[in-house]
Structure formats: C-alpha cells, structure tokens
Design a protein. Structure first.
Length: 250
C-alpha cells in the first residue's frame, strides 16, 4: 500500500513579477523514497526547493507537511517541523570545526530560544545530535577538524550532517555531488541510498549516472513546469525528456 506523503505540493506556483519560475508543480515526497528532481539549468528546481523549505513563499498552490498546510511558513518553522536541506553552494563556516558547524545546526531546533544565551557547552543535546549526524555521514573522526581544511567531498558530507542534525523527516538536497570525482561521488551516492531508508529525500542532481542508480522516482522540470514524472525506466525511455534534457546522456 502506498504510504501517505511526508511532504506534498499541489499546483505550487511562484511568480517574480511577470516571470513564472515555478508553474503549478505537483509532487509528493514519501519516507523510504529517494525522489530525484532533474532538468536543465533555469528549469525552476532550486526555486521549487526554496518553496519546499520556506525560503520563499508560494504565490499560489498548496504545500503540506505530514498533512498540515505549511505554505507561507517562515524557514525556521520548516526546520523545526522536520525539513532539512543542503544548498547548491557549500554553506558552512570554514573557520569553525566540523563539530561546531553541526552543533549550531542542531541547536536551532533542539534548544529553546530562551536558553540560547547559555554557554554552548551547557547544552548536551545539540552536541550529541551533532556527533550522531557526523557519524552517520562518516565524518565523526574529523569532528575536531577546521571545516576549511576538509576536502570538497567532505564539505558536502558535512553539509548533509548539518541538515541531519535537526533530526528531519524530509531532506532536500541541492546538487550535493557537484564538483566531486568518481570515488567521492560513489561514497555519497551510497550515503543517499542509506538516508532514503528513513527519510523522504528529494535530490537535485545533474550526474545522470548517479541519479538513475539511486532514484526510486523522478520528476523532470522544464521552464518551471513538470514535464514528466515516474520511475527511472519511464523517464529514461521518454522521448519528451530526451528532447528537452537528457539527449544522449542516459
């Protein structure tokens, strides 16, 4: 039996003046599934992610998180309600340690605002959550390292750990494999599959070899609209998708 979506968008639309960046997009993210969102540059993928994480408010449409209407919530409410995301460009504080980066991400959800002025070491829950997140992505041994000294692939893993530290149910990952070599990509692809076991994961990615290897379902966007949605085999076989995006990549 199909499970209810952890997050569901229905006819979600975002306009910037006369530009319709996201045009009546409908999709569902389910726990246990890795949902790949693909399409050419400028298709609206990152704008859609901003809508799903509260960074932007929808102009029209419905957005539900575990059945609750959340369209128009600020980003901090999405984070506290269980939506974690990584960004297209690495978003870490390079002068801080790996542990400190992840602890701060955990603290935003786990520590009530009235206690934020206490010393960081006085709060044990964020540190424990940070260590668990680093362990999950394979970076616990590098917890004391200054983030700026990590490799590109390790920084991408660190950003995923930061998203995991708030204990999300939904993970929105925007091009986490960008700039990686084959070995690093393979490790991160295995991590993404593992994370999808107990999260609803949406992955934006241009590496089609990885996408077709890890995705359970796929949505293709072109010009702000959904061109096609379905399992990887259906997307690979679609003439419309090939003409608009894949060409001979797949």
């Amino acid at each position: 039996m199909t499970t209810a979506p952890a997050m569901e968008a229905v006819d979600l639309t975002r306009r910037f003046g006369g530009l319709v960046a996201v045009n009546a997009v409908t999709l569902a993210l389910r726990t246990g599934e890795l949902h790949a969102l693909i399409g050419p540059n400028g298709a609206g993928k990152s704008t859609l992610t901003d809508l799903l994480s509260g960074e932007l408010r929808p102009t029209n449409g419905t957005l539900r998180l575990h059945g609750v209407e959340v369209g128009g919530w600020p980003a901090w409410r999405f984070a506290r309600a269980g939506v974690g995301r990584s960004f297209q460009h690495t978003n870490v504080m390079r002068e801080m340690t790996a542990l400190e980066n992840v602890r701060l991400a955990a603290q935003a959800r786990l520590v009530p605002a009235r206690r934020l002025l206490r010393g960081a070491t006085a709060e044990h829950a964020p540190v424990e959550a940070a260590e668990a997140a680093l362990d999950r992505v394979g970076l616990l041994g590098l917890a004391p390292r200054i983030a700026g000294t990590l490799s590109h692939g390790q920084l991408r893993q660190l950003e995923i750990a930061m998203a995991l530290a708030s204990e999300p149910s939904v993970l929105l990952l925007d091009e986490p494999l960008a700039g990686m070599g084959p070995e690093e990509s393979g490790r991160l692809a295995a991590l993404l599959r593992e994370l999808a076991r107990d999260h609803a994961v949406m992955l934006i990615e241009h590496d089609m070899d990885v996408v077709f290897a890890v995705a359970d379902c796929m949505t293709v966007m072109v010009d702000g609209k959904v061109l096609e949605h379905g399992p990887p085999a259906q997307i690979r076989a679609s003439a419309a998708v090939r003409d608009a995006y894949l060409g001979h990549k797949a």
